[in-house]
Design a protein around this ligand. Structure first.
Ligand code: 48H
Length: 251
C-alpha cells in the first residue's frame, strides 16, 4: 500500500529541516554554475556549512549548454587536474586543449558538491544582502516563482560569515550591493578574448567588499575582464580559488 500523505509528510518535513539547519551558514553561494558548484564542493569538503541557492530549476548554469548548444566543453591544461579530480572523462583534442561532455561535467561536479555536504536549494533567488556596519553578513532570499510573478511577498534571510557571488555574467549580488550602497564596484565585462579572459578570471577572484567574494564570470563583470566563450577551465579554477581564499581566512 502506498499512502500519498506519507510521501507529502516525508518531503515537507525533510525540506523544512534542511532549510532550518542552514539559517545560520558559514558560506552562502549565489548561483549553481560551474564556479559556484566547484566552490561549494571544496568548502563543504573542509567541513564548512555551505549553502547554495540557485534561481533556476536546473543546476549547472551555462555549462550544460556547452558552446551554442553543442554540449561539449573545452578545458585548458591548467584545469585538467580538476577534471580528473571530479572524475570527468576527457580527451586531448589538440595539445593543451581537453574536451569533455558538458553534461558529464555538470553532473559530476553537482554530485560531488552535494555528497561533500553542500546544501543546494534550487528555485530560490538571492535578491539582496544583509549588510551590518559595512560588512556583508547574510543574504535575502525568495522563491523564484514569487520573483517571476512579481508577487508582493516579503523574503526571508539567511545569515552567513561569507557570501560568494557566483551568478555569472550579471554579477547580480555585487550589482545589488552597488545599488544599495551607492558605490561604484562593477566595471562591466569586455568583448571576447579567451586568453586574457581566462587569466584575469582567476587572478581577480577575490573579496570585493567585506565578507563578499566573487568567482566565475561575475569576476570579469566586476573587474572589466573579457568574455571567453565555452572554455571552462577558468570557471573551475576560480571556484577552487575562492574556496581556498575563504578556507585560508578561516583557518
Ligand atoms: C540565485 C542566481 C542568481 C540569483 C543568477 O552563468 P553561470 O554558469 O556562472 P559561472 O560564472 O559559474 O560560469 C559562467 C559560464 O557558464 C559562462 O557563462 C561562460 C564561460 N561564458 C563565457 C561567454 O563568453 O559567454 O551560472 C550562474 C548561475 C545560473 O545558474 C543562474 O541561474 C544563477 O547563477 N543565478 N541564483 N540567485 N540572484 N542570479
Amino acid at each position: 500500500m502506498i499512502e500519498e500523505k506519507i510521501i507529502t509528510r516525508a518531503i515537507v518535513t525533510e525540506y523544512l529541516q534542511r532549510l532550518e539547519r542552514v539559517v545560520s551558514s558559514d558560506v552562502v553561494i549565489a548561483g549553481a554554475g560551474p564556479s559556484g558548484l566547484v566552490a561549494a564542493y571544496f568548502l563543504a569538503r573542509k567541513g564548512l556549512k555551505v549553502t547554495l541557492f540557485e534561481r533556476e530549476l536546473k543546476l549547472g548554469g551555462g555549462m550544460p549548454g556547452g558552446g551554442m548548444m553543442f554540449n561539449q566543453i573545452v578545458v585548458q591544461k591548467e584545469a585538467k587536474e580538476l577534471l580528473d579530480h571530479f572524475q570527468i572523462r576527457s580527451r586531448e583534442f589538440r595539445e593543451g586543449y581537453y574536451l569533455a561532455s558538458a553534461l558529464e561535467a555538470t553532473a559530476a561536479i553537482t554530485l560531488r558538491a552535494i555528497q561533500a555536504g553542500a546544501e543546494i536549494f534550487n528555485n530560490i533567488t538571492v535578491e539582496d544582502l544583509k549588510v551590518i556596519e559595512d560588512k556583508v553578513c547574510g543574504v535575502v532570499i525568495n522563491w523564484t516563482p514569487v520573483e517571476r510573478a512579481g508577487l508582493h511577498i516579503d523574503p526571508l534571510t539567511i545569515d552567513a560569515r561569507f557570501v560568494i557571488d557566483a551568478t555569472g555574467h550579471p554579477a547580480e549580488v555585487v550589482r545589488k550591493l552597488e545599488s544599495k550602497t551607492n558605490q561604484k564596484i562593477l566595471k562591466g565585462e569586455g568583448p571576447m578574448w579567451a586568453e586574457v579572459g581566462e587569466r584575469l578570471i582567476v587572478e581577480n577572484t577575490r573579496e570585493v567588499y567585506p565578507n563578499l567574494y566573487v568567482c566565475g564570470m561575475a569576476v570579469n563583470a566586476v573587474f572589466g575582464g573579457p568574455r571567453m566563450g565555452p572554455i571552462f577551465g577558468g570557471m573551475l579554477l576560480s571556484g577552487k580559488k575562492v574556496a581556498d581564499l575563504i578556507i585560508t581566512k578561516i583557518w
